[in-house]
Design a protein around this ligand. Structure first.
Ligand SMILES: Nc1nc2c(ncn2[C@@H]2O[C@H](COP(=O)(O)OP(=O)(O)O)[C@@H](O)[C@H]2O)c(=O)[nH]1
Ligand SMILES: [Mg+2]
Length: 342
């Protein structure tokens, strides 16, 4: 490997949700310096301008499952590794619950680890009404955790404040994507004039540990907006897990110069008690390029159990015992003889 090929942080978007979110992130100025996309559906690549994209093709048209996508992806393993080789940190971004993201996110995280990178999963979990998605999402989340150094969980329901009643699913996804990209973009922002962003080290400091990291978001324009918004973010975290179980948090505040340093200091100092986690270790960053409406993103970590544990009832029955440690793969019938490409 040639030294100049070593780049810092890669973000890989997988499946429809993953490619959409990563392509929106790629338009921001972040600590990420390399982007790649993997999907089974070439439509997912159509909004991408010029990008490192890998299409996992199936010779026959059939409804896919996560294990079938994993089977088909085996012949692309080297191409997947080439797209991340040399990166120190690989963010593996996917919506879980469908076939592509659920099947491949754990595989790509494992490939990143084999390349010597720190693999961090970023899992977008289904809306509560997407009942059929929950099982695959729960199984894949557990596997992604096992294959990565840390997992950031972004819940679609958390991202939505309100939506008009006649919203289509595409509208809901679009607004969830905007909220996810605002929150992740703020946590991963590169430093610029007038801002003191969280930075990669603090982000990794929170995320790389046992358990899950959960993203809480909120905004406020009131008199005590910092405290108000942090309390709102804590409420959104409380819908996913017990906030008192958090051991660390990184907070990113995005506003304009109406946000005083004193207000930020006081509110951030109280986050531990707001979350009922007195020993909470809190780091934060501030970005003054926003508006008077303060947006906060709270990434809290160290959660051993979350509401997603119930999405995969088999895991609860097995109670930590493992039936078969290897990830399963399946090929559609008649394709047993396919060869690795190139
Ligand atoms: N936030 C967001 N979530 C999405 C979007 N598309 C799908 N999802 C969610 O992600 C999960 C996986 O869907 P999808 O990405 O279409 O599946 P895949 O293409 O087979 O990986 C679903 O359960 C949805 O909850 C999107 O554009 N934005
Ligand atoms: Mg899809």
């Amino acid at each position: 490997m040639v030294a100049q090929n070593i780049r810092g942080v890669a973000a890989v978007g997988i499946g429809s949700a993953g490619t959409r979110i990563v392509s929106l992130l790629s338009r921001k100025t972040l600590v990420v310096d390399r982007y790649a996309y993997i999907s089974c559906d070439k439509e997912d690549f159509s909004p991408l301008e010029s990008a490192d994209s890998i299409l996992i093709e199936s010779p026959i048209d059939q409804k896919m499952t996560p294990s079938m996508v994993r089977g088909l992806s085996m012949r692309y393993k080297q191409r997947i590794k080439d797209s991340i080789e040399g990166s120190k940190v690989v963010l593996v971004v996917a919506g879980l619950g469908g076939a592509t993201g659920s099947g491949l996110a754990p595989v790509v995280a494992a490939a990143a680890a084999e390349c010597g990178a720190t693999a961090i999963g970023v899992a977008v979990m289904p809306f509560d009404f997407e009942k059929k998605m929950k099982f695959y999402a729960g199984v894949s989340l557990r596997r992604l955790r096992a294959a990565s150094k840390g997992v950031v969980v972004v819940d679609n329901d958390t991202l939505m404040h309100s939506s008009p009643e006649d919203s289509t699913l595409a509208d809901l996804y679009d607004s969830a994507n905007k909220a996810a990209v605002k929150a992740l973009g703020s946590l991963l922002a590169a430093s610029g004039e007038g801002s003191r962003p969280v930075g990669l080290n603090k982000f990794l400091g929170a995320v790389v540990q046992d358990g899950y990291s959960l993203l809480g978001v909120s905004s406020s324009g009131g008199d005590e907006k910092a405290e108000d918004a942090l309390a709102g973010a804590a409420v959104s975290l409380g819908r996913i897990a017990e906030t008192r179980d958090a051991s660390r948090a990184v907070v990113s505040l995005n506003s304009n110069d109406s946000l005083s340093a004193r207000e930020v200091g006081l509110a951030v100092g109280r986050l531990g008690s707001i979350m009922d986690s007195e020993a909470l270790d809190v780091e934060y960053g501030v970005d003054y390029t926003g508006t008077a409406q303060l947006q906060v993103s709270v990434l809290a970590s160290g959660f051993k159990s979350t509401k997603y544990d119930t999405y995969d009832p088999l895991a609860a029955v097995l109670g930590g015992r493992v039936l078969d440690d290897e990830m399963d793969t399946a090929l559609p019938e008649g394709l047993e003889s396919i060869q690795p490409c190139d």
